[in-house]
Design a protein around this ligand. Sequence first.
Ligand code: SF4
Length: 62
Amino acid sequence: MRLTIDAGKCTGHARCWETAPDVFDIDDHGYALPLDREVHEPLDEAVRAGIAACPERAISVH
Ligand code: SF4
């Protein structure tokens, strides 16, 4: 499974990075940097927390 960020939905809240800085990274304006990372079930606590923290639902696992 892949963890990705939809740049078209990201509006730069930086909440993913604030919640899980080991998983997510942001640019100087608070937008999440592109991410395409392999993840496995059950998801890490940090991954789940970062997904839940995004108000735009820009982070997905598929
Ligand atoms: S929390 Fe969501 S909208 Fe905010 S920077 Fe992260 S991916 Fe983008």
